[in-house]
Design a protein around this ligand. Structure first.
Ligand code: FES
Ligand code: FES
Length: 159
């Protein structure tokens, strides 16, 4: 397979990599950069486990080919916060018990971040719609909705 050089900014850090032209951004993130917070569920755009911010919008990284990432700005869950600098959305998910197996959580948090950046005060229905591309097999969604509501309040109180 032909290799291409691509460069992009990920989590505010500049990268230049040689990658096979047929791999996905998800593979670049997980396999090449070893950032395993972004999960691979379905691999075909149906579960949202691989959600990242791509040029400011939430996107399924399993549907983006590596060459499309050339010149892009990308944020993964690791760029949002970590154990020492937890993001209010991550904290709200923990506080509300919205994490069970945790497999869907990074994608849920990234989609929630995008939703709240566009709509800081979403209704329950708007939260459900905003997260409609993210599947969770464990929680039944109620706690996830509560977590996003809580995060919304905390973020608004800070601003
Ligand atoms: S792994 Fe990308 S949407 Fe499921
Ligand atoms: S917490 Fe297990 S899939 Fe959502």
């Amino acid at each position: 397979m032909q290799e291409l050089e691509i460069s992009f900014v990920l989590n505010k850090k500049q990268y230049k990599l040689k990658v096979p032209s047929n791999i996905t951004l998800l593979d670049v993130i997980r396999e090449k950069l070893k950032l395993t917070g972004t999960k691979e569920g379905c691999g075909k755009g149906e579960c949202g486990a691989c959600t990242v911010l791509f040029n400011g919008r939430s996107a399924n990284s399993c549907l983006i080919l590596a060459p499309q990432a050339d010149g892009a700005e990308i944020v993964t869950i690791e760029g949002l916060g970590d154990i020492d600098h937890i993001h209010p959305i991550q904290k709200a998910f923990v506080d509300e018990g919205a994490v069970q197996c945790g497999f869907c959580t990074p994608g849920m948090v990234m989609s929630s971040f995008y939703l709240l950046s566009k709509n800081p005060n979403p209704t329950d229905d708007e939260i459900r719609e905003g997260l409609s591309g993210n599947l969770c097999r464990c929680t039944g969604y109620a706690k996830i909705i509560k977590a996003v509501e809580k995060a919304s309040k905390e973020l608004n109180a800070k601003n």
